[in-house]
Design a protein around this ligand. Structure first.
Ligand code: RIB
Length: 340
């Protein structure tokens, strides 16, 4: 049975540093954190539970939840749903907001490991996923939600984003629009990349040309949507319809249209993605592509519960669970104006 002394030796650090890493009692650099955790994994070291306070039945009955931006209602809503389902199953949730920052994400993962959470539900800040390898090596149960990676065989719960992008664009085409723009999210994130693929497929399927100037980079933030529509409205032939890859950017675009006295939907149609609660509260109410947030949350919690039950964890094959998007029709889209 390895001891804390063996771990310190293998990691090339002091015993007190190992103790601080395990107990989260003092800041330890990310590099030293990784050295200590790698040594613990190598030696299969199990910290003495009594040294860190009582743990009931080898569990702390807590789940870590890492999200990229808790100021975005999509993440706030899915976090609330995850917390509610986990709590109903006897688990508390430690919420970590990475601010779309992978360094901060690493710090939080270290803290969750130090706090000995029983499992982690993870929505990635970027495309790096470096932390997943460590967590897998340490046998920490993990479920990925919303943004996926091909780097690891890990339970994944996502939306069929390409189909959602196709449905949004096809809806605008059927309204008669031909000059259709797309405001993308961060291109390295799979949800945005796949939605843009759907946008392209719908235009191609309708025999329409894909104009590069009509695809403008956004950032999934409201301000990014505002600026992207300003850019689109500078074009010699501005779009008559816009597909924004999330509702926050669509709401930003609504603001820009209002600032420039462009009537939505009479002069410009705008469709979003997510169906956050605010989508029906803005004016005009936003037509959008809905994500089944409650279902995404429930499935991710059920999956992590299964993973955390030691009996199942051993050889449960990783699953990729894909849910369907649906278009929600409200007031921000209309047929192309005659003569446009
Ligand atoms: O609005 C935030 C976006 O980031 C959502 O569309 C969600 O899919 C996440 O990836």
């Amino acid at each position: 049975m390895s001891t804390i002394k063996d771990v310190a030796k293998a990691a090339g650090v002091s015993i007190s540093t190992v103790s601080h890493v395990i107990n989260g009692t003092r800041f330890v650099s990310e590099a030293l954190h990784a050295q200590v955790h790698d040594a613990m994994a190598l030696l299969d070291y199990q910290p003495n539970a009594l040294a860190r306070g009582l743990r009931r039945g080898g569990q702390t009955k807590t789940i870590g939840l890492v999200i990229p931006d808790n100021s975005n209602p999509f993440f706030a809503e899915i976090a609330r749903s995850i917390e509610g389902h986990a709590f109903a199953n006897g688990y508390g949730v430690l919420l970590c907001n990475s601010d779309d920052d992978e360094q901060k994400e690493t710090t939080y993962i270290n803290a969750l490991i130090a706090k000995q959470v029983d499992g982690i539900i993870f929505i990635a800040a970027g495309a790096g996923y470096a932390q997943l390898k460590r967590l897998t090596k340490m046998n920490v149960p993990v479920v990925i939600v919303d943004r996926e990676t091909s780097h690891a065989q890990i339970d994944t719960v996502i939306l069929e984003n390409e189909k959602g992008g196709y449905a949004a664009t096809d809806y605008l085409i059927k309204l008669g629009h031909r000059r259709i723009a797309c405001i993308t999210g961060p291109s390295q994130l799979t949800p945005s990349a796949n939605r843009v693929d759907g946008f392209r497929r719908a235009l191609t399927a309708a025999g329409l040309t894909i104009h590069p100037e009509y695809i403008v980079a956004g950032d999934f933030k409201r301000r990014g949507g505002e600026l992207a529509l300003h850019k689109l409205l500078q074009l010699a032939e501005p779009p008559t319809a816009v597909f924004a890859c999330n509702d926050m950017m669509a709401i930003g675009a609504l603001k820009t249209a209002a600032q420039r006295q462009i009537a939505v939907p009479a002069e410009l149609s705008i469709i979003g993605f997510d169906n956050i609660a605010f989508a029906e509260a803005v004016s005009p109410a936003l037509t959008t592509v809905a994500q089944p947030v409650a279902k995404l949350a429930q499935i991710s919690v059920d999956r992590i519960l299964l993973r955390m039950s030691a009996a199942a964890n051993a050889n449960l094959a990783a699953q990729r669970i894909v849910l369907e998007p649906t278009v929600v029709l409200r007031d921000s889209c209309a047929p192309l104006k005659k003569g446009e």
